[in-house]
Design a protein around this ligand. Structure first.
Ligand code: X2X
Length: 346
């Protein structure tokens, strides 16, 4: 009886607070003491730094009402990054900064960014994420059951291996290459004559160390922070074949449990953190001379820069895969992306 009366009075106080527009602290009693943010990698990486920046900004802007803890290594789902989107939808994860690659098994349109050689430069990525294509993808994510707030970036995924310099598709022949996520990657590497094998990031690192796989593809910011040169990855080919943007999202129920003012604070924090994260991810790579590559070469890594003709051989070899997947992703969306890229400003 006593409990019931307490509950009733709490309910009465809450509705009175809502009606009167009382300070959010009164409503904050429905809030969780901690919200769980999923990430594949930690704060040594631009991606994880983005998570830290987002969490700090949210804490500041909500006066501590929304308190976020980072779970790197996709530890809430035992490292299985391709299950992250489902876990977000189900509420196992409250919020995340996720790669388009890891969510593409559930949201097929996200394969757009993994179409080989769609985006020739950083301006092309921006033309997609910051334009109509980005808005369309957010609509799709919203329909799929999460609240998308902002874009970040993992980066251009370059090819590395322990065996030999790769300058032509023929050089890739027979190399065992670890890939993530989507069957599109299996198709791309098979078309190039390699022997692709799908595994999580958690499983990949020991596999490089033991030599169970020869190579992989990841942004150079991941290469340096994970010290892949120490696990045999001594050959890098700068081919910029795909880039994976990151998306800042919140679970729908969690989102709806917050006051409108707090939702706006979380959204603003995500937009600001996304911009900062993109700048960190591009550091040393987007500026002339790409100073990060000099640092990497200094570690005894051989970096292959392709001539336009050499790069074109990879483009041609993967063209049938591009065409096949254009149909699977949706020709309208891919056409929209191609047009946005053709019209991009440098
Ligand atoms: O697993 C990868 O390769 C990584 C870390 O880049 C992603 O999560 C897409």
């Amino acid at each position: 009886m006593k409990l019931r009366r307490t509950l009733l009075s709490v309910a009465a106080a809450t509705s009175a607070a809502l009606a009167l527009g009382l300070p959010a602290t009164v409503q904050a009693q429905n809030y969780k003491s901690e919200y769980r943010m999923s990430l594949v990698v930690g704060t040594a990486f631009p991606w994880g730094k983005g998570g830290e920046i987002w969490a700090n900004k949210v804490r500041e802007k909500t006066n501590g009402r929304i308190n976020i803890k980072l779970y790197p290594g996709v530890s809430l789902i035992q490292g299985d990054q391709t299950r992250e989107f489902s876990a977000l939808r189900q509420g196992v994860i409250d919020m995340a900064i996720g790669s388009t690659i890891n969510w593409s098994p559930q949201v097929k349109q996200l394969n757009l960014f993994s179409l080989p050689f769609l985006m020739p430069d950083y301006a092309a990525i921006d033309a997609l994420t910051q334009g109509a294509v980005g808005k369309e993808i957010f609509k799709i994510l919203d329909k799929a059951g999460v609240v998308p707030l902002a874009w970040g970036e993992n980066g251009y995924r370059e090819l590395t291996n322990s065996k030999r310099p790769v300058r032509t598709p023929a050089d890739l022949k027979g190399l065992k290459i670890r890939v993530v996520g989507s069957p599109l990657f299996l198709d791309t590497f098979t078309a190039l004559g390699a022997n692709p094998t799908q595994m999580s990031w958690a499983d990949a690192q020991p596999a490089f160390a033991s030599g169970a796989v020869d190579g992989q593809e990841n942004p150079m910011s991941i290469f340096t922070a994970a010290k892949l040169h120490n696990v045999g990855q001594k050959n890098v080919t700068m081919w910029g074949y795909v880039a994976d943007p990151l998306v800042f999202v919140v679970n729908k129920e969690i989102w709806n449990s917050w006051t409108p003012a707090d939702r706006e604070a979380v959204r603003q924090a995500a937009i600001e953190a996304g911009k900062e994260e993109i700048a960190i991810a591009r550091k040393g790579l987007a500026e002339p001379g790409q100073p990060l590559l000099k640092d990497i070469a200094g570690l005894g890594v051989n970096i292959v820069q392709l001539s336009p003709a050499e790069r074109d051989a990879f483009v041609q070899a993967t063209r049938p895969i591009y065409t096949k997947w254009k149909g699977q992703i949706g020709a309208d969306l891919v056409n929209m992306a191609e047009k946005a890229i053709a019209a991009r400003k440098p």
